[in-house]
Design a protein around this ligand. Structure first.
Ligand code: AMP
Length: 116
């Protein structure tokens, strides 16, 4: 099954691509939650972190290096940013093709709201 992100990688769907190399691609989130909201995606369709294997180590590492490069290019590296990977139901994952959210451009506040 081809994820929506695989379709972007294959250029079958449009996206605002900000970075690409041999292992990962990054594009702006379609529904941004911050002034900068970029998704960093391995080109290999790994559904969730649970499905990653030792063979994926290079791609997983590259996602972080790409995040740092994009943060620098977007001018948010010094002020800071947040990287998030949602996994399965409790993590709120909606697209089952592993991705790293890069969020920044404003103070993002606490990582999670406390339970009432
Ligand atoms: P997650 O909840 O971690 O699975 O996040 C999925 C993210 O993908 C959401 O923030 C969506 O807004 C985003 N998204 C879904 N479809 C697209 C698309 N075609 N282009 C860019 N971002 C998308």
């Amino acid at each position: 099954m081809s994820s929506v992100f695989s379709k972007i990688i294959a250029r079958e769907l449009p996206a605002d691509i900000v970075y690409e190399d041999d292992l990962v691609i990054a594009f702006r989130d379609i529904a941004p939650l911050a002034p900068v909201h970029v998704l960093i995606v391995p080109k290999k369709e790994i559904p969730t972190v649970n499905d990653a294997s030792a063979a994926d180590e290079a791609a997983l590492g590259r996602m972080f290096l790409a995040a740092a490069k994009i943060a620098e290019a977007e001018g948010i590296a010094a002020d800071g940013y947040r990287l998030i990977v949602n996994t399965n139901t409790h993590g709120g994952q909606e697209v089952f093709h592993l991705h790293l959210h890069l969020l920044g451009g404003r103070a993002l506040g606490p990582m999670l709201a406390r339970k009432p």
